[in-house]
Structure formats: structure tokens, C-alpha cells
Design a protein around this ligand. Structure first.
Ligand code: PLP
Length: 391
């Protein structure tokens, strides 16, 4: 392969671009994970990661991808055969359901249309029917990365309370953490599942469970077998600044830098930046005459935008052209929308000109691929970004 000049545009909705400061932090000598320097670093990271989840409770850090933390959430709190209500928001809700089935749980899967988020009223009605409280958990993907839809987790909490249902509330924030406002304690979420490779700007390899007191209590009597994922072993070791197993030492150096960067910018500013780039992207999509997958404006994702191509056009051929001509990776359509949709990631370490470059690549790719569209999407996004500066 011949050398490609310039920087690759990694505009998939995670893993995201890893900023140089984090790369430099990771690029340090690996230290003794049972020594005093590690313990001092780990104590700080374990304390400060709580601020990103907006919780005062423990956050367990696994050396694993997000799927591991999905599994951890369930095996620590559930017993074999337990029923778990899961709402279909897109492919990631389906994958979490499939994992629950493999673990021997019994998902109560509420079908969705992939164009709207979790319907809190429907969840309330379903829970109200469960008079015997056989449903032990409600699992929602906060930001479904396949559809670009952000569900209202606070509304799901209110729905559970309105139904007077004691199930645990679990939320997957793998593609919203550090990009879209999320409040573990305030929304009374029991288990929040996060990952390192998206809004946290790290490479893949770390994942998280933020846990409520109620979840910790449930873990004491939960009957599922667990070993590597066991919260109790993790929390006991973490109190001394260590991990029960060899941790991802260098990824934790990176996590230290990521938390510092999010604090320096300020979480509110980080979320506002993501909102602004998402709105600029949607304006470009509309100007092209294309449609975003998400149909409810209250549920637009600020982390990514999934775009539908006119029927009969192949989204994967379009993405191939964009990759080959402009060295930019866009997200593919997943599951039942494979080939019909492409996804623009605008999350993580990102700025106006990176967005403008991304949208330029998309607009040129649409032209080269012969996809029916209007030009002017980039200009519409630029107008919005400039107007924002003048306010
Ligand atoms: N949940 C969501 C919302 C995701 O976006 C992903 C991955 O992209 C996962 C779960 C699975 O995580 P992983 O691929 O890190 O195991």
C-alpha cells in the first residue's frame, strides 16, 4: 500500500480520535500495578471517574470492551431465569438482549421501530401489568449508536416510579458518556454501563459499571455465577488502590488525562459543543435533501448522526468511495439497516474545522457515488457554526 499523506479522518461513532495528550499519557513506561505510584494514580482515577458519571458511588473499571461491562451489569445483579425488560432502540439493544439470553436470563423485549427512543409511557404500562414484580431489571441504551437516538433515561426512571415497580434500572452510556448529559445519581440509575473508546477519547479496552446502593445490595443475593466480573472483589481491592487482576495500566494513564481534559473544558461546555456539532450536521443532511434516522427532535443524538440514503442506493459503496478518495472512515449501517444507512460520528475530541472537513468528505462522496442529493450541505453547516460564534 502506498503512503497516505495527512491525517486519517476517523468519523465512525467510536472508537474516536485519540488526542495527542492522551496518546502521550499512554506512551509511558508501564509501572508495578501493586506499587505505591500505581496506587496513588488509581485512587485518583477511581475517585474522579465518578464525576463523569455524576455519581458519588463506586465506579468499577474493567479491562474489557463495553460488552464485558454489559455482562458484568447482569451477572452481578440477576439470578438465572430472571426477567429483564429491554427496549428496542436499535442494534445495540438487540445485542444486549442476545447477551442476556445467552446468560440464561429471560428478556421481556419491547419492540421499537429504530426511529424513536425508549417509550417511557409504554414501559410504565408494561411494568404496571407485572403485578408480581417478576421483572427484575429495566435495561435501556441511552444513546443507541446504530440509530443515533438518545432515549430519555430520566423519563424511564419516572415511569418506573409511577408504576411503583422495584426493578433495577440499567443504562448503557457507552456512546454518550462524556458527550451527552448523563446523571447516574440524579436519575437514580442502578447500573450504568460505560466504555472508554467514545466520548472519553481513549482507545478501546476499558469499560465501566457505575453502581447504586440498591444494585450493590442486589449483588449480595444475586445467584448468577461470576468471577472476573465480580463487583465485590473489585471494590475491595480498589479501596487499597489496586485491582484483583492485572489492570490496563497504560489505559488508566490515558483515563487520568481524559478526565483532566473533560474537567478543564467543563462537562457542560463539552455537552454544548457536541449539541452544536450535531445540529450543524443535521442542517447539512437536510440541505442535501437526505433524512436522519431519528424522527423525534427531542431524541436526536449529539454524538452521531445516522443518515438514510434514498432507496436503491448502497451506503457501503458510498462509504468505500469516501474511504478510498478522502481517507475518511464513516460508520456503516448495522443490523436491519445495513447498506441503507451511514453514520457520521461527531463525538470525542472534535472541533468546527474537523466537522467541516468531515462534511466536505461526505458531500464530495455523495457526488462521486452518484447519490441523488442537493449540494450546499457544508455551506448550511458553516452558516450555523458561524452564527453560533456571533451570538
Ligand atoms: N453499546 C453501545 C451503545 C455501543 O455503541 C457499543 C459499541 O459500539 C456496545 C454497546 C458494545 O461495546 P463494545 O463493542 O466495546 O464491546
Amino acid at each position: 500500500m502506498s503512503r497516505r499523506s495527512g491525517r486519517h479522518f476517523l468519523q465512525i461513532p467510536g472508537p474516536t480520535n485519540v488526542p495527542d495528550r492522551i496518546l502521550r499519557a499512554i506512551d509511558s513506561p508501564t509501572i508495578d500495578h501493586r506499587g505505591p505510584d500505581f496506587a496513588a494514580m488509581a485512587r485518583g482515577v477511581l475517585a474522579d471517574i465518578r464525576t463523569i458519571f455524576k455519581t458519588k458511588n463506586p465506579v468499577i473499571i474493567y479491562t474489557a470492551s463495553g460488552t464485558g461491562a454489559w455482562e458484568a451489569a447482569l451477572v452481578n445483579t440477576m439470578s438465572p431465569g430472571d426477567r429483564v425488560l429491554m427496549y428496542e432502540t436499535g442494534q445495540f439493544s438487540i445485542l444486549w438482549r442476545n447477551l442476556a439470553v445467552k446468560l440464561g436470563l429471560e428478556p421481556v423485549f419491547m419492540p421499537g421501530d429504530w426511529r424513536h427512543g425508549a417509550d417511557a409511557a409504554a414501559i410504565e404500562a408494561r411494568l404496571a401489568e407485572d403485578k408480581g414484580h417478576t421483572i427484575k431489571a429495566v435495561c435501556v441504551v441511552h444513546n443507541d449508536t446504530s440509530t443515533g437516538i438518545t432515549s430519555n433515561v430520566a423519563a424511564v426512571r419516572r415511569a418506573m416510579d409511577a408504576a411503583g415497580h422495584p426493578a433495577l434500572l440499567m443504562a448503557d452510556v457507552i456512546s454518550s458518556l462524556g458527550s451527552i448529559d448523563y446523571r447516574h445519581d440524579e436519575w437514580q440509575v442502578d447500573v450504568t454501563v460505560g466504555g472508554s473508546q467514545k466520548g472519553l477519547m481513549l482507545p478501546p479496552g476499558l469499560s465501566f459499571n457505575a453502581v447504586s446502593d440498591k444494585a450493590l445490595a442486589a449483588a449480595k443475593s444475586a445467584g448468577m455465577a461470576r468471577s472476573y466480573w465480580d463487583w465485590a472483589a473489585m471494590i475491595a481491592a480498589n479501596e487499597n488502590g489496586v485491582f484483583p487482576y492485572t489492570p490496563g495500566t497504560n489505559l488508566l494513564f490515558g483515563l487520568r488525562a481524559a478526565i483532566d481534559m473533560l474537567h478543564e473544558e467543563g462537562l457542560a461546555a463539552v455537552f454544548a459543543r457536541h449539541d452544536r456539532h450535531a445540529e450543524a450536521t443535521r442542517r447539512a443532511v437536510r440541505a442535501w435533501g437526505l433524512e436522519v434516522v431519528c424522527q423525534n427532535a427531542d431524541e436526536y443524538s449529539s454524538a452521531l448522526t445516522a443518515v438514510m440514503l434514498p432507496a436503491g442506493n448502497d451506503a457501503d459503496s458510498f462509504r468505500k468511495i469516501v474511504l478510498e478518495r478522502f481517507d475518511m472512515s464513516l460508520g456503516n449501517g448495522l443490523g436491519k439497516i445495513a447498506g441503507k444507512v451511514f453514520r457520521i460520528g461527531h463525538l470525542g475530541d472534535f472541533n468546527d474545522l474537523m466537522l467541516a472537513g468531515t462534511l466536505c468528505g461526505v458531500e464530495m462522496g455523495l457526488g462521486l457515488a452518484g447519490i441523488p442529493h442537493r449540494t450546499g450541505g457544508v455551506a448550511a453547516a458553516m452558516d450555523y457554526l458561524m452564527a453560533g460564534e456571533q451570538n
